[in-house]
Design a protein around this ligand. Sequence first.
Ligand code: ASP
Length: 322
Amino acid sequence: MQQAVIAIHGGAGTITREAMDPAREREYTEALEHVLRAGQRILANGGSALDAVTEAVRLLEECPLFNAGKGAVLTHAGTYELDAAVMDGATRDAGAVACVTRLRNPVLAARAVLDHSEHVLFAGTGAEEFAAAQGLELVEQDYYFTQARHEQWQRARGAAGMALLDHDAAALAARNNPADPIDPDSKFGTVGAVACDSRGNLAAATSTGGVTNKRVGRVGDTPVIGAGCYADDVVAVSATGTGEMFIRTVAAHDVSAQMRYAGLPLEESARRVVMEKLVAIEGRGGLIAVDRDGNVTLPFNTEGMYRGFARVGEAVSVSIYG
Ligand code: ASP
């Protein structure tokens, strides 16, 4: 039997110690620990990697600190459009939703697509109708609102009129407001989870509000299988960062390809993607990955990434900075 393990992320970006006050740091740390323990419990009870990553991402969506579900960033039009994906490495089944505006938990909709549809990716109202028919909760757009994201959006619109990674946006804010831990113009707040269960099966899930001030209808890497989320019998990967570059490098799948075709170990495969291939096209962000032997790697090319992992029977480990 394999020692099961789960890893999670809450986004990458300009997250610096200087800009983070102790109370805020504790808030993030405790939120990540809480989610890791929940995932750890599922795995300890013999649950599947797929169930562990789905529940971990659902909890991260419920937490307003992160850019997914409640606490999502705003589009240029001041609306919310969310993306999510989940993939089961054992079967290669996958489900994803893009540009959804009324689902409380996009990851549960992605999971419903995986479980109950012959399709892989649903977008917009069709995704919402499918999820509602599966009994999932619909909400008004107000549900996603947080004051912090709203102010971040106003700054992003005012600053350059450009789209920003969630944690970068927080760092921009921190320059004006030292109490804000993350650059509001250079932070990526997507959430994700990867796990290897006691049977050695792998799974990945990713969910996001996208990048601050994005154009309406823009879809990033998160719901694109192989870009922001991927799992097979070799590795499970969840990414966060400038989604366009993760799509162009097919980042998550490339970790698997290097392991499978070039025989590289997990850490080196992930390092090449994050530190070389993404950097070569100015992609910023990071990823979390676990292989079928339970090895974990959490590389990022930004100042920080909210991240952690927990092996069954061991203490949880959470980090923020580089
Ligand atoms: N990758 C996400 C996107 O481009 C953003 C993020 O990771 O924060 O939609």
